[in-house]
Design a protein around this ligand. Structure first.
Ligand code: SAM
Length: 264
């Protein structure tokens, strides 16, 4: 059934109407960046600045809606993104965590199509084959989660993947590549809005990378507090390579290497 929006002139009303339609509250995202992304999308699809017609179109056209949602939430990713940080992760972070325990509970928050969560699983399989672990991947976008669950990827997803690992852990399927079941079996994916949903607890590692770029500072503060609460003492928060936690000492997270923070 069509949703009635009335005439929507301004951004604030658009945000309200879009929340009714999608459940996503854009008030948590930086207004200027969001406006720019929305206006770009509307211009490309021939809506100029008429929010009313655009909202009506989103309501009746699921393809347009999916593509807009994807455009807003930006799910660009790849395996072993920022490959040098994954060397630190494997050589320093995991061994340090394993000095005190025998199994790991890991979360890729804002996992997109699962490339980050599966990178973590490949590292466990290749370098820590005797360690028990579980990996959770969560995202707000159900379309990317479908890909994550299928475990099927395209050549371009592997630009940073070491060749031997690519050959060992993926099987060609048509012109794509599927991650092997031996790696997938410890990874699960769930829909979750990081800004409003409850978090599980007891994690040893939380990776939240390239997700918060468009969140407001207030939203980021709440989110980092929730992540800290969800980590075990000694657990690690792994952030994106533009995301520093300067001035966040109250969280009790100590930087132990660039973009890796340990809960004290
Ligand atoms: C650029 S991708 C990052 C993927 C991966 N972490 C990486 O660094 O390559 C950002 C992901 O965050 C998700 N995202 C954006 N807002 C979110 C929210 N409020 N809750 C959960 N996921 C969100 C998007 O759907 C998108 O898949």
């Amino acid at each position: 059934m069509a949703t009635y929006f009335g005439i929507v002139h301004d951004y604030e009303k658009f945000v309200k109407a879009f929340q009714t339609l999608s459940g996503l509250d854009l008030n948590y995202y930086k207004e200027n960046q969001m406006k720019r992304r929305i206006n770009n999308f509307m211009a490309t699809h021939g809506y100029k600045e008429n929010y009313t017609d655009f909202l009506k179109a989103l309501d009746r056209d699921s393809v347009l809606y999916d593509s807009f949602f994807k455009h807003l939430t930006i799910n660009v990713t790849q395996f072993f993104r920022d490959v040098k940080l994954w060397d630190v992760y494997r050589e320093k972070i995991i061994p340090q965590l394993l000095a005190g325990k025998t199994s790991l509970k890991i979360w890729s928050a804002g996992c997109s199509g699962g490339q980050e969560a599966h990178t973590m699983a490949i590292i466990m399989a290749e370098y820590f084959p005797n360690v028990r672990y579980s990996i959770l991947g969560t995202d707000i976008d159900i379309n990317v989660l479908q890909q994550a669950r299928s475990g099927i990827y395209e050549e371009r997803d592997f630009a940073s993947t070491p060749r031997p690992l690519f050959e060992k852990y993926f099987t060609p399927v048509d012109k794509k590549f599927q991650i092997k079941d031996s790696v997938r079996k410890n990874v699960s994916f769930h829909e979750q809005n990081l800004l409003t949903d409850r978090f599980d607890r007891g994690f040893d590692i939380i990776a939240c990378r390239n997700v918060v770029i468009y969140f407001t500072d207030e939203a980021k503060d709440v989110l980092y507090q929730k992540f800290t609460d969800s980590l075990n003492t000694g657990g690690i928060l792994f952030t994106g390579s533009t995301e520093h936690l300067f001035g966040k000492n109250h969280l009790g997270l100590k930087s132990i290497s660039s973009f890796f923070y340990q809960k004290q």
